[in-house]
Design a protein around this ligand. Structure first.
Ligand SMILES: NC(=O)c1ccc[n+]([C@@H]2O[C@H](COP(=O)([O-])OP(=O)(O)OC[C@H]3O[C@@H](n4cnc5c(N)ncnc54)[C@H](OP(=O)(O)O)[C@@H]3O)[C@@H](O)[C@H]2O)c1
Length: 303
């Protein structure tokens, strides 16, 4: 099945015949040219043999030197050779050549038509694969980012509310997600008093007629949510627990605020597998007047 492909000659019989004839003709002309050169040298040699070396000085026919007859005889053979090449063996007459040319043109036209039909058949497949590649490139250039604040025990919320208030964490969330799409589960969306400004909300729900304020997008799956963000180079998955769980397999980055305490909760962030995720930055923050708990901003990227 995967053996070496047999080498089938790509040239047809008529083309081959044409090429062979052309090669034959070149050989004939080359031989004639060689004959002509040898004749010139030979004739010169005969003249010199008689006039300089004195060979057959006294041999004359009708008062004419013998070498003249020898040269004339040779010239006759040369002319005969020329006649043979250009007349007797001129098998490629104008009409014949034209016929061959017409055949060749017809053949090529046929081939072009065949290729055109094949191309027409292939066009939809090519177009599909181009779209696929475009989508693939879009995917590659898009950085799907999870943003979350999780306690040491991965607690993220209780009774559909956040457990802590950390003003720097909220500021960071605002800065990072500003101007982007934010993807969330229906429950997280309902935990907001109103949609956050300057962000496109994409809410995932299984409900078909879920009512949302103008500008909020609703979808029925995580895949549809990502599709809705395809123009955004960095859409954010902002929770909650159910959506994080599903997004962990497809996200490219995690922006985690690790709150260094343990809390009672009913919503949790999944365990971060360090075989899959690589920590690329880590900034620790102490407790202060605005922050009741110690926390760290940690960035992970997929290995
Ligand atoms: N600490 C943080 O950073 C952070 C961030 C965000 C949220 N939270 C907290 O997390 C908690 C909420 O998380 P949660 O897990 O309870 O809820 P959630 O993930 O916000 O939303 C769950 C809902 O999303 C929809 N859904 C989930 N998977 C779906 C799918 N595959 N297809 C279609 N719809 C799907 C369902 O909506 P329907 O029931 O309408 O079908 C489901 O009930 C809250 O306490 C919130 O405060 C914390």
């Amino acid at each position: 099945m995967f053996g070496k492909k047999k080498n089938v000659p790509q040239i047809d019989k008529e083309q081959l015949e044409l090429i062979q004839n052309a090669q034959k003709r070149i050989k004939q002309k080359k031989r004639l040219y060689a004959h002509f050169v040898v004749f010139l040298i030979g004739a010169l040699f005969l003249i010199l043999a008689n006039t300089v070396l004195g060979i057959g000085k006294n041999f004359k026919i009708a008062e004419i030197e013998w070498f003249v007859f020898a040269i004339l005889l040779w010239l006759f053979f040369l002319l005969y050779h020329i006649f043979n090449v250009f007349v007797t063996h001129k098998f490629m007459g104008k009409a014949w050549e034209q016929k061959q040319l017409d055949k060749l043109v017809a053949l090529q036209k046929n081939r072009i038509e065949k290729i055109k039909t094949e191309l027409k058949k292939e066009a939809p497949h090519i177009a599909k694969s181009e779209v696929y590649n475009e989508q693939l490139n879009n995917k590659k250039t898009q950085e799907l980012t999870i943003i979350v604040a999780a306690a040491e025990n991965n607690a993220i919320g209780k009774d559909n509310k956040l457990i802590w208030h950390l003003s720097n964490d909220l500021k960071r969330f605002k800065t990072l997600t500003n101007g982007h799409h934010i993807i969330m589960g229906r429950k997280t969306f309902e935990s907001f008093p109103k949609p956050l400004p300057n962000r496109t909300h994409v809410v995932i729900t299984r409900q078909q007629n879920y009512k949302v304020p103008e500008g909020v997008i609703t979808v029925n799956s995580l895949e549809a949510a990502i599709e809705a963000c395809k123009t955004d180079a960095q859409p954010f998955i902002i929770g909650g627990g159910q959506i994080y769980e599903q997004a962990m397999n497809i996200a490219d980055k995690i922006e985690l605020t690790r709150v260094h305490e343990t809390f009672e909760a009913d919503a949790f962030f999944p365990e971060i597998d360090t075989n899959i995720w690589k920590e690329t930055s880590n900034t620790f923050h102490k407790k202060d007047d605005n922050h009741k708990h110690e926390f760290s901003f940690i960035t992970y990227t997929r290995k």
